[in-house]
Design a protein around this ligand. Structure first.
Ligand code: HPA
Length: 276
């Protein structure tokens, strides 16, 4: 057997040995501000990344590094509390490994969330944005390298990388909560520096509504394996050059904290209606 497939199986077998064999339905990557949702799962089991064979370990302040399996709104979910970012120095293969392990666990649906800078000037700090598409022009595609046909095709479609049916469910959930859900294109930047004002102007011309340093690798790997993806960004700040103030990680964390309640409510409402 091949090395990547071996690693996926070993990690998945370890996770199953800890959480039992009851099938999991939805994988969730919880970005800044949403991590506490994992504490709200019932019948939960938490596993530190450091205990899982072949998993990298998260290094960012404010991100916990563990998987939490449990029940949320009647669905069996597996949450990543903390993710692996390219800017931490991991290879793209390491960034997407947990998504491949979710696939090995039989999970076919993925919710990815993140903190993002608002590029669309009609957005406001604290808005939530449904990701309708993405742009990745910089940094390697995570599927570069040998292709594993048992996971997906060499050349795979990204026309509906963010699932239209799941997007509709998110729109309806937001309406039900009387919440305005922005929509737009998320553009990946490698970080760790925030972008320059010129890069943000360029991103806007290219069609971006928000920018961030995560999510796109995971969404690509998920698409490769035909997983259905829903993405939601929390606009934690307006991107560089839009407002007079400097960008700080503190602002990102503070907005994440302020939006936590509504973000959590939206994710719960979506999960309740999730078609699995
Ligand atoms: N740029 C990139 N990533 C981000 C930002 C930003 O402005 N805010 C939160 N994550």
């Amino acid at each position: 057997m091949d090395r990547l497939l071996d690693k996926m199986q070993e990690a998945a077998m370890y996770i199953t040995s800890r959480i039992g064999s009851q099938p999991l339905q939805i994988g969730m990557v919880l970005g800044s501000g949403l991590g506490d949702l994992a504490e709200e799962l019932s019948d939960s089991v938490a596993i530190s990344y450091k205990d899982i064979p072949h998993f990298p370990v998260s290094t960012v302040f404010g991100h916990k590094g563990r998987l939490v399996a449990g029940t949320l709104e009647g669905k069996r979910v597996l949450c990543m509390q903390g993710r692996f970012h390219y800017y931490e120095g991991y290879g793209m293969d390491q960034v997407v490994f947990p998504i491949q392990v979710m696939h090995a666990l039989g999970i076919g649906h993925l919710l990815v969330t993140n903190a993002a800078g608002g590029v669309n000037i009609t957005f406001r700090t604290g808005d939530l944005m449904l990701i309708t598409d993405h742009i990745r022009l910089i940094a390697d595609n995570p599927m570069r390298g040998p292709n594993y046909e048992s996971l997906g095709e060499r050349f795979f479609d990204m026309s509906h990388a963010y699932d239209p049916e799941l997007s509709d469910i998110a729109r309806r959930a937001a309406t039900g909560l009387d919440m305005h859900l922005q929509e737009g294109v998320y553009m990946f930047f490698a970080g760790p520096s925030f972008e320059t004002p010129a890069e943000i102007r360029a991103a806007r011309i290219l069609g971006a509504d928000a920018v961030g340093m995560s999510t796109v690798p995971e969404a690509i790997a998920a698409s490769h394996m035909h997983m259905r993806v829903l993405g939601i960004s929390c606009i934690t700040n307006m991107a560089a050059g839009i407002l007079a103030q400097k960008l700080t990680h503190t602002e990102v964390m503070e907005t994440g904290e302020q939006v936590k309640e509504s973000f959590t409510a939206l994710v719960r409402a979506i999960t309740r209606e999730w078609p699995v």
